[in-house]
Design a protein around this ligand. Sequence first.
Ligand code: PMP
Length: 426
Amino acid sequence: MPDLPVSELLELDRRHVWHPYGPMPGRQEPLVVESASGVRLTIAGEPDELVDGMSSWWSAIHGYNHPVLNDAVREQLGRMSHVMFGGLTHEPAVRLAKRLVDMSPEELEHVFLADSGSVSVEVAVKMCLQYWRSLGRPAKQRLLTWRGGYHGDTWQPMSVCDPEGGMHELWQGVLPRQVFADPPPVAYEESYADHLRSLIERHADELAAVIVEPVVQGAGGMRFHSPGYLRVLREACDAHGVLLVFDEIATGFGRTGALFAADHAGVTPDVMCVGKALTGGYMTMAATLCTSRVAEGISRGEVPVLAHGPTYMGNPLAAAVACASIDLLLGQDWRTEIKRIETGLREGLAPASELPGVRDVRVLGAIGVVQLDHDVDMAAATRAAVREGVWLRPFRDLVYTMPPYVTGDADVARIARAVCAAAREG
Ligand code: PMP
């Protein structure tokens, strides 16, 4: 197939293609990516490659076009690319489930291989509601979360995203009505812990679960908070008969400096969602893990099955590359690499705090955030980053980066310069 000329490709894109959170087709100006390798994206019409500061939204932790991951896909492609998962199983899925169980907080034993992060959250919510139904407690069907969160774009996940000024404000009143706590403060405050405890106690009869992003709230505002709150949630949930769900879709696989953010607190949730970096950014796959208590509870019910089974469940290509990605991660000194990037981002972003209009600069693991006191001009900020040779995707009042773990020191410094430039000009 001959390549389309860039102008024609862009014209067809404008006419026919929706992009994430994009306006109607016809009003967007995306860059055309021709290829990606290591930490670099080749953009049509740009003389120089761009260093990727986004890991394709937390996913491409090992960079692009990685020989080991490519081989894993190729090898699996020679056996089978997909097969239905009902009544059949296969080695890549089983191996992946075993790896996830081995690396995740203890007691998480059962793995549902979903096809996207949002679906893995849907499955988590279904598990929790069904657990209580099976135990004869159907009134326990609401969720508690803290404001400022983000859990995906399908129905139940939207209901636990930030309800005010968030991405799904349009749907308030139509979505299931959940219970919201205030956003967690950065540092541990006993008064906030009491706020969480009292909400859980007050709503215990109607709560199926508490669901939160541990330690880092991502797309809802890139806020960090004390791991101590995870222990408070665990204790309060246990005391009042409520399940605890951690959404580790963004934070999982080392990003915060621990394998899972839950590890900062030494807390095991009843249900945990992972996605994004699961396949090293190669393919769409996510997973919902749960404890035996949850799985056995569901199987004791009048309807003893978890009625969820997507067509592409357990996709062998995705499972094979996920196994390879996990092996790559665990086979290296990933803690040192994350620390190295954290140090580079801290140094490189320090000058941003002197810029006019900058409210806060924060770094945790391989995540760097500059928060402004105004909404960023996305086009101007993106252009400023591209001029520095870096791909960033600022949004709302945030310019932020979560680079691939293989980003070298010079490129980390360059990304930090681009974040500063975007914050200055955006
Ligand atoms: N939960 C969190 C914490 C996320 O960051 C995201 C994706 N931004 C999701 C859920 C949804 O995942 P997906 O986009 O794969 O549906």
